[in-house]
Design a protein around this ligand. Structure first.
Ligand SMILES: C[S@@+](CC[C@H](N)C(=O)[O-])C[C@H]1O[C@@H](n2cnc3c(N)ncnc32)[C@H](O)[C@@H]1O
Length: 214
């Protein structure tokens, strides 16, 4: 169920940064993230209103919670999860054993297309704001990996409500400058867009679902 692609690049700066962070955090990730990574189940549910995918790609799949939701929501689909952190992938692998070959896990720095032919749905869930620098390259890779008319689904932090909060998130490798959403709107035909506030405006996050133009 797992593999390493040519993009595996263990030892690149992003890989070292993420593994340093997640070596410890992977153990508490599933017990803590429900309190601030809002909308992860909802983005999958929303996506089901627009697409019935045969092949799905999640970039930065972490401990595998979304992969499991995707597998239940789209029981016919083949799913690929990519992550740059071995610690996170190890958690994912344990949680997803029951899905067997339906879910493939790859250790890879997603900075260029997989180039294996088209995916109908690509999901980024709280991944793009952690790819700094390089989130644009990841999105361009996803555009290339999507079939024409394929669906891009993103849930992520948008903006911090105060400068101290944004600075604190920066310490945790998250850049929340409101730059991802406008980029998406320019390059996809939007199907769904929303920018809710968390904790009375401590930060804003966003949902985006869009279609790659044919
Ligand atoms: C905040 S976690 C989100 C995990 C999961 N998607 C979720 O919603 O719970 C971000 C994940 O992105 C991964 N990641 C960061 N940069 C990456 C890159 N360049 N390529 C692939 N994965 C990356 C991290 O290792 C981490 O597991």
């Amino acid at each position: 169920m797992t593999g390493e692609t040519a993009q595996g690049m263990s030892g690149c700066a992003q890989s070292i940064k993420m593994e340093r962070y997640y070596r410890l955090h992977s153990h508490i990730y599933d017990y803590t993230r429900w309190s601030f990574l809002f909308g992860r189940k909802k983005i999958v549910g929303l996506t089901a209103d627009f697409v019935k995918p045969c092949r799905i790609l999640e970039i930065g799949c972490g401990t595998g919670a979304n992969l499991s939701t995707l597998a239940k929501t789209f029981p016919e689909a083949l799913i690929t999860g990519i992550d740059i952190s071995d610690s996170m992938l190890n958690k994912s692998r344990r949680q997803l054993e029951k899905y067997g070959a339906r879910i493939e896990l790859l250790n890879c720095n997603y900075n260029r297309p997989l180039g294996r032919g088209g995916y109908d749905l690509v999901l980024f869930s709280y991944t793009l704001t952690m790819i700094n620098p390089g989130w644009q390259a990841a999105l361009n890779a996803a555009i290339a990996d999507l079939v024409p008319g394929g669906c891009m689904a993103v849930v992520d932090f948008h903006r911090g409500g105060t400068s101290w909060f944004s600075a604190w998130m920066g310490v945790n490798n998250v850049r929340m400058e409101g730059e991802v959403l406008p980029w998406l709107i320019q390059r996809f035909d939007p199907l769904f867009l929303s920018e809710p506030k968390a904790y009375c405006g401590l930060w804003q996050y966003f949902y985006f679902i869009g279609v790659k133009e044919p």
